[in-house]
Design a binder for this molecule. Structure first.
Ligand SMILES: [Mg+2]
Length: 272
């Protein structure tokens, strides 16, 4: 049995398709944040996009009318830094990443080195500054046995107007074609990003819910990590996809607005 919604003390929130679509806020997103604040329930926005840092999401959400603090956003890039800190703090990292991801790693105490600097890890992010030389160096290191970690597995990053940018998963495929090796991956649907979120909250996983619009990432990860899982039908998933899917969310709502109403109603019934 899933935990009753009234026992959830922390919500992990997907953004695209859940809170906004492109540059439009989805119905009820503002209400959800208000209800969570009113009830004193924690929330953390999760994103697999490691090309941007949390400040970019704070600013995007603010422009849509949702004011959050920097520590209420967790990117797969930061989650990867937290994961590696738990294994080898201060390690030498060869990074395929944007300048903001490099700053994230430096801020977590890692030494960013070139191929010649004998790195402990190759870390692959969504590197929109990627060059052939960086890919070549990474392949040499990975072929020679250097530990290899990627921030997230998405093949494409959706853009407005039905367009796509090739994402980290496409770079993983390139490196695999050359070296035969695949990385340890941290972002959704892998539970490591949830483990990183658990370092942020004191709430235990039995009181945490994952809210998102994708069955095979958000809901799969919620299940895998032992969280309550909540699907919203405001993004990618249609009702008929849900009926055919192997992934069974604990709750399904048309949008986060409907989730906000349910939380509000339960609180009123309790007299909170
Ligand atoms: Mg989404």
């Amino acid at each position: 049995m899933p935990n009753a919604l009234q026992h959830i003390r922390c919500f992990l929130l997907d953004m695209d398709g859940t809170i906004y679509l492109g540059n439009k806020l989805l119905p009820g997103a503002g209400e959800l944040i208000s209800v969570l604040r009113r009830l004193g329930i924690e929330f953390l926005f999760l994103t697999n996009n490691s090309s941007r840092d949390k400040q970019a999401y704070v600013e995007k959400l603010a422009a849509l009318g949702i004011g959050v603090r920097r520590n209420q956003v967790l990117t797969s890039g930061e989650a990867t830094a937290i994961y590696l800190q738990g294994i080898k703090p201060g390690a030498k990292v060869f990074l395929l990443g944007t300048p903001t991801l490099a700053q994230e790693f430096a801020a977590h105490g890692f030494q960013l080195v070139s191929r010649a600097g004998d790195p402990d890890y190759v870390v692959l992010g969504f590197d929109t500054t990627l060059t052939y030389q960086k890919l070549w160096d990474a392949c040499d290191l990975i072929r020679a046995g250097t530990e290899y970690v990627a921030t997230h597995p998405d093949f494409n990053c959706p853009l407005e107007g039905g367009k796509y940018m090739p994402d980290a998963g496409a770079m993983i495929a390139f490196i695999e074609a050359s070296t035969g090796r695949r990385p340890k991956v941290i972002g959704k649907p892998n539970r490591e990003i949830v483990e990183a979120a658990l370092t942020w909250t004191r709430v235990g996983r039995e009181e945490i819910a994952m809210v998102g619009d994708r069955l095979y990432t958000d809901i799969a990860m919620g299940k895998e990590a032992g969280l309550t899982s909540i699907l919203v039908l405001s993004g990618e998933t249609r009702q008929e996809d849900l009926e055919r899917s192997q992934f069974r969310p604990d709750y399904v709502f048309a949008s986060v607005g409907q989730l906000a109403e349910a939380l509000s109603r339960e609180a009123d019934d309790r007299g909170d």
